[in-house]
Design a protein around this ligand. Structure first.
Ligand code: 3PG
Ligand code: MG
Length: 418
């Protein structure tokens, strides 16, 4: 790795500002906020253990949700401090702000190996604006900087870009955390020269979200298996009927070009040949964003590639599962990003679960390297109870996608070179 990592640091007695991604799913239960999934917290443990061992005075900083520069009690990181303390069997101090007198006093009292978690950075507008004054106030707390927040590394915010720039300018070291290092290794280096066949499975709702990734991966992959609602836009481009399925009519040309490119490069490009469909019925209700809520009636297998006018495609069908499964079974390297259907509804989770099992089997039985590109595919894999049977699961959502697209991440660029 071209950047300094935590292993390279000599930080005994130093104050180290550690940016982590503790943007974890939470929900209110009996008037308190509880954490639904601890993965992102757990995954920072190796970095924290190493820094404790090195005798650093650890100042953890993170964001939670999108409070837009306002104090929002339900988005406090206090419950995260408690969860972290329990997880690492050490006290974790908490201050209800990320800067100011109280923070400075608490930081001043830290001893070697102590941990402090600051309050949600996004309670201040300066965080997302990457305001230099705000960044300077944070940077003043620290002698060195570690970024272990891969999931937020695509953001050029004060804590991911401004602070390391200031610390670096002052001569302080800015290093990648161990999780950050692993993410960059698996989503980056490992896919540069993958063992072949290299099979990429892509799903999710929109072609527009994935087109840059598709474009990039077509340079490397041997096969591209498409699922999720974005498959319908590709099918429309091939001239099939898609009924009431979700399609991006303005992205049909984009889809056509992507498929043409795959043909030119000799990449196997597969679309679902059968589907689970249902009849969408408007319930008259609206979701939080004011969009109509549909109910799906009469789920059934649609065994032909065309989808009838009244039906919506919501998952891949059994024949597609079989074909995709065969290709996955022969893969040496697998990258999966995005579910195959509307997996939040059990009736449409079969395709995603079957693909998850195929990926796990290829990993466990045939020694394939399987890399799960974060977001919904990780959620689906965990729901299926298969999370720890793949080679690597990314903790990033948007960050993984941008990194796979080949973008330079501001949170990585700003770290010190080796
Ligand atoms: C995420 O969960 O995607 C990261 O923590 C970044 O959060 P954001 O999308 O609100 O910037
Ligand atoms: Mg995001």
């Amino acid at each position: 790795m071209a950047k300094l990592t935590t292993n390279d640091l000599n930080v005994r007695g130093q104050r180290v500002f550690v940016r982590v991604d503790y943007n974890v799913p939470m929900e209110e239960k009996d008037g308190r906020m509880v954490i639904d999934d601890l993965t992102r917290i757990k995954e920072t443990r190796p970095t924290l253990d190493l820094l404790v061992e090195k005798g650093a005075r650890i100042i953890l900083a993170a964001h939670l949700g999108r409070p837009k520069g306002q104090r929002e009690p339900s988005l406090s990181l206090r419950p995260v401090a408690a969860a972290l303390a329990e997880l690492i069997h050490r006290p974790v101090a908490f201050v209800d702000d990320c800067l100011g007198e109280k923070v400075e006093k608490t930081v001043g009292a830290l001893k070697d190996g102590d941990l402090l978690l600051l309050e949600n950075l996004r309670f201040h507008p300066g965080e997302e604006a990457n305001d230099p004054v705000f960044a300077d106030q944070l940077a003043r707390l620290a002698d060195a900087y570690v970024n272990d927040a891969f999931g937020a590394a695509h953001r050029a915010h004060a804590s991911t870009e401004g602070v390391p720039r200031i610390v670096g300018r002052r001569g302080g070291k800015c290093a990648a955390g161990l999780l950050m290092e692993r993410e960059l290794k698996f989503l980056g280096e490992e896919l540069e020269n993958p063992a072949r066949p290299f099979v990429v499975i892509l799903g999710g709702a929109k072609v527009s979200d994935k087109i840059k990734v598709i474009d990039r991966l077509l340079e490397k992959a041997d096969a591209l298996l498409i699922g999720g609602a974005m498959a319908y836009t590709f099918k429309l481009a091939r001239g099939f009927k898609t009924g009431r399925s979700l399609v991006e009519t303005d992205k049909v040309e984009m889809a056509r070009l992507a498929e043409a490119k795959s043909q030119k490069r000799g990449v196997t490009f597969l679309l679902p040949t059968d589907h689970i469909v249902a009849d969408p019925v408007d319930t008259g209700q609206r979701d939080k964003k004011g969009r109509p809520i549909f109910e799906f009636r009469n789920p059934r297998v649609n065994a032909q590639p065309d989808i009838p006018d009244e039906a919506e495609g919501l998952d891949i069908g059994p024949e597609t599962i079989r074909r995709y499964g065969e290709i996955i079974g022969g893969a040496r390297t697998i990258l999966w990003n995005g579910p195959m259907g509307m997996f939040e509804d059990k009736r449409f989770a079969g395709g995603t679960n079957a693909i998850a099992r195929a990926v796990v089997e290829a990993t466990q039985k045939h020694g394939a390297k399987s890399i799960i590109g974060g977001g919904d595919s990780v959620k689906a894999l965990n729901l299926a109870g298969l999370g720890h049977q793949v080679t690597f699961m990314s903790t990033g959502g948007g960050a993984s996608l941008e990194f796979l697209e080949g973008a330079e991440l501001p949170g990585v660029v700003s770290l010190s070179d080796k």
